[in-house]
Write a protein that binds this ligand. Structure first.
Ligand SMILES: [Zn+2]
Length: 137
């Protein structure tokens, strides 16, 4: 049986690496929600540009760490969601997946380092819509 090459997130394009990360409208929304605020004008959905940015040392180290970790967590979540859909699991919306990744990142930041500047946690790095839900007890 041939494997359907169509992207399971948008059903609009062939699933290639560059499509999935992050030209696909679905993954792009997640990536944008999570790092749009950090990268501002430097925001890109191009895999090569992102990898270059993530591995450069031009950003302040805290921001660099945050970007690297967010990148890793987003790739992982999008890939897991893709596998889940291929196995007939219920699809999660882009906003739900972004919220889940956002939560994972916040937990990670809490565990990372006692010296972590708390204002980093409180800055609006992430999409403002996510903050109230994530910070609620
Ligand atoms: Zn797609």
């Amino acid at each position: 049986m041939a494997v359907d090459p169509t992207c399971v997130h948008c059903n609009e394009a062939d699933e290639t690496c560059s499509h999935l990360f992050f030209n696909c409208n679905y993954s792009k929304q997640i990536w944008q929600a999570l790092v749009g605020g950090i990268l501002k004008g430097a925001f890109t959905t191009d895999w090569n540009d992102i990898v270059t940015m993530v591995s450069s040392d031009r950003l302040p180290s805290t921001k660099q760490f945050l970007l690297q970790y967010t990148f890793q967590a987003t790739v992982h979540a999008v890939w897991r969601e893709r596998n889940g859909r291929r196995h007939g699991e219920q699809a999660k919306s882009a906003s739900l997946l972004a919220k889940l990744v956002d939560k994972t990142i916040r937990l990670k930041l809490l565990m990372v380092d006692v010296d972590w500047p708390m204002n980093y946690m409180n800055q609006r790095f992430f999409h403002p819509d996510f903050l109230p839900h994530q910070l609620a007890p």
